[in-house]
Design a binder for this molecule. Structure first.
Ligand code: CIZ
Length: 299
C-alpha cells in the first residue's frame, strides 16, 4: 500500500467513512475504493451503508443521489467541480413545459440529471434498468430526458411511444464508425461492446449494447478472448481488475470524461480530513426526487 492510500485508510477509520467509486474513475481511484460500480449499484450501496460519511468518487449528480437516498449521512464529493454536461442539458422548467404538451404521459429521467429535474420526474432510471422500467409503465407515452441516445435505444426495443429530449453525453459521441470498423478488422474475433449512450450508427455496429454494470457481468460469465470497449476509458480498468486474462481494446483513445478524471487521491485525503466539499440538497426538492429514485430502485 502506498503512503497516501495508507493515510486515506487511517482517516477513513477516524471518520467512519466508506469510499464509493464509479466504474469510469481512473485506475488508482478504483483501487482506493471500498466499492466500485455503476450508479445503480452505488445508489444501493449508499442507501444501505452503515458508515456515517460517504466519499463519492464520481460526478456531482451521483453524489447528490447518494445524499437524497441517505439524507442523514455526510456525503462528500472530493472535487465539487466534477459535473456532468449531459445532466446540465435539461432543466426542471423544460420538463414542466414538455409535460403540458403531452398530458397523461409519464416522465422518465435518466439518473444523469440535476436534482431539480429528478424532482419533476415520475421515475428515474439508469442504463441498467431503463428498458425494464419503461416496459412496465402503464401509460403509453413516455417523455424521456435528457439522453437522446439511451432514449432511442429503448425506443428500438419497446412498444411505448418515446418522446426524446436532444441531450447527449459528449464522451460517448467520440466513437467513429470508421475507427471501430478498422478495429473490428484488426481484431476479427473481438466482441464489440458499446454503451447505449452511443449514437445509433455505433450501436448498430456492436455485438452487444450494455450498461457498465452489465458489461462487467457479461464478460465474467462469457469469458471472451478479446473485447473492444465502446464506453468511457476508465471502464477498461474495471473490466481488467475482475477478468485479467482478457484482452481489452479501447474503442477510442478520446473517450475520457474530463469530469470523472478530476478526482485524485490527494483530493480524497483532503475531503476526509476536512469533511468537505459537502453535498447538500434543498429538503423539499430532495423529498420529491427521492420518490422518483425509490421507484428506480425497484427495477
Ligand atoms: O449508470 C451509470 O453509472 C452510468 C453513467 C453509466 C453506466 O452504464 O453505468
Amino acid at each position: 500500500m502506498d503512503n497516501i492510500t495508507a493515510e486515506i485508510r487511517e482517516w477513513q477509520k477516524k471518520q467512519n467513512a466508506i469510499i464509493l467509486v464509479h466504474n469510469y474513475q481512473p485506475a488508482e481511484i478504483q483501487e482506493i475504493g471500498d466499492f466500485r460500480g455503476d450508479s445503480l449499484d452505488l445508489s444501493r450501496k449508499a442507501a444501505q451503508a452503515e458508515a456515517e460519511v460517504i466519499v463519492f468518487c464520481g460526478v456531482r449528480f451521483m453524489a447528490e443521489t447518494a445524499k437524497i437516498l441517505s439524507p442523514r449521512k455526510t456525503v462528500l464529493l472530493p472535487d465539487i467541480e466534477a459535473g456532468c454536461p449531459l445532466a446540465d442539458m435539461v432543466t426542471a422548467k423544460d420538463i414542466r413545459e414538455r409535460r403540458k404538451e403531452y398530458p397523461g404521459a409519464t416522465v422518465v429521467t435518466y439518473i444523469n440529471s440535476s436534482v431539480e429535474a429528478k424532482a419533476e420526474s415520475d421515475y428515474i432510471c439508469t442504463s441498467s434498468n431503463a428498458l425494464r422500467l419503461v416496459n412496465q409503465i402503464p401509460e403509453e407515452t413516455v417523455l424521456f430526458f435528457p439522453d437522446q441516445n439511451l432514449g432511442d435505444f429503448i425506443r428500438e426495443k419497446t412498444s411505448k411511444k418515446m418522446v426524446l429530449w436532444p441531450g447527449y453525453c459528449p464522451t460517448h459521441m467520440v466513437f467513429l464508425p470508421a475507427e471501430l470498423a478498422a478495429l473490428k478488422k484488426k481484431y476479427p474475433r473481438a466482441i464489440l461492446m458499446v454503451h447505449p449512450e452511443c449514437r445509433r450508427e455505433i450501436r448498430n455496429m456492436a455485438d452487444l449494447v450494455f450498461s457498465t454494470g452489465d458489461m462487467v457481468k457479461w464478460v465474467k460469465k462469457n469469458n471472451p478472448g478479446e473485447v473492444i470497449v465502446g464506453t468511457e476509458i476508465g471502464m477498461i480498468h474495471r473490466l481488467r481488475r475482475e477478468n485479467p486474462n482478457i484482452t481489452y481494446i479501447p474503442g477510442s483513445d478520446q473517450a475520457s470524461c474530463p469530469n470523472m478524471k478530476k478526482i485524485t487521491p490527494e483530493k480524497i485525503l483532503r475531503s476526509l480530513k476536512e469533511l468537505k466539499p459537502i453535498i447538500t440538497v434543498p429538503v423539499g426538492i430532495a423529498e420529491r426526487a427521492k420518490l422518483a429514485l425509490e421507484r428506480m430502485l425497484k427495477y
